[in-house]
Design a protein around this ligand. Structure first.
Ligand SMILES: [Zn+2]
Ligand SMILES: [Zn+2]
Length: 289
């Protein structure tokens, strides 16, 4: 934990230093692209078409590294469920439904973004751009709200009376891979997706906040579905982050570890018990080998 604190402080100081440089290359590049986007496109275009494109490009770009891992023998030691490698059929099946889901379920949801920002007077301009640390704590809080919503709704979706109608689809893959993150029944996309909007409704102070939160959420949800516990994963610097092993166990076991990002709700309600026992057993057998 102390190590996390030191790393975060170093990153913060380095970025603050960069911000005070007279010609901060990172900030001026961002300013250039942001202002030219706003000059060439209307706010509606940015909130709708560019946001949709942003989501598509990011989603598949984030999925790419772990997708490539299946072709690299040296990466196989990081695969969590060693006995269940990715198959072409499964990945193709997932991709097809995913594209349909993105166009016919997620895009209509994205359509509401412009109306929301107009209704609440959310600024888009460069002059109102918040500092990175202001956006960072808002994004973290968004993740806390989303994780809470996700925990309780996800548990509800596992209720034996409704499981087979909605959530069973996401569990088609007992050994998940990155693309599985958004592979879900349309009702699930809307129900669990609401958790994403809680933070947006409560904490957005600039349009960039929505994109920053989406960026984080995509990194997080793809990471926990990759099926690989990769070393040097910066997301593990986040206090109480669950990670790939945590959610992979949920897919393997169909029970427990209901949270999306953090581990506290499962700890509080004891729904991580089977995971703890499984991990302890694995560690024991590793030691005896
Ligand atoms: Zn589930
Ligand atoms: Zn999942």
């Amino acid at each position: 934990m102390a190590e996390n604190g030191t790393i975060l402080t170093t990153v913060r100081l380095a970025t603050e230093y960069l911000e005070y440089l007279p010609h901060n290359p990172l900030r001026s590049t961002m300013e250039y692209y942001w202002t030219s986007m706003l000059t060439n496109y209307s706010k509606f275009d940015v909130a709708t078409w560019i946001s949709f494109l942003y989501h598509e490009v990011l989603y598949f770009a984030i999925c790419l590294p772990a997708f490539l891992c299946q072709f690299i023998p040296a990466m196989q030691k990081y695969k969590i469920q060693q006995e269940k490698p990715e198959s072409f059929d499964n990945q193709w099946k997932c991709f097809k439904l995913l594209v349909l889901n993105h166009f016919f379920v997620q895009f209509p949801l994205i359509l509401g973004t412009y109306t929301f920002t107009e209704l609440f007077g959310i600024p888009y301009d460069w002059e109102s751009m918040p500092a990175w640390y202001d956006t960072a704590w808002r994004v973290y809080l968004c993740a806390v709200f989303e994780d809470t919503w996700h925990y309780f709704m996800h548990r509800l979706l596992h209720h034996k009376r409704i499981y087979k109608y909605i959530h069973k689809l996401h569990h088609n893959f007992q050994a998940p891979f990155g693309m599985v993150a958004e592979y879900a029944h349309p009702v699930e996309t809307v129900v669990l997706g609401f958790g994403f909007f809680i933070g947006v409704l409560l904490l957005t102070n600039h349009f960039i906040m929505i994109w920053a939160w989406l960026l984080f959420r995509l990194f997080e949800t793809v990471d926990v579905h990759t099926g690989y516990d990769l070393p040097f994963n910066p997301l593990h610097l986040l206090p109480f982050y669950g990670g790939a092993r945590f959610h992979d166990f949920h897919h393997m076991n169909f029970q427990g570890n209901y949270s999306s990002t953090f581990t506290w709700w499962d700890k509080i309600f004891g729904t991580d018990q089977q995971f703890k026992e499984f991990t302890a057993k694995q560690e024991k057998s590793l030691k005896s080998d």
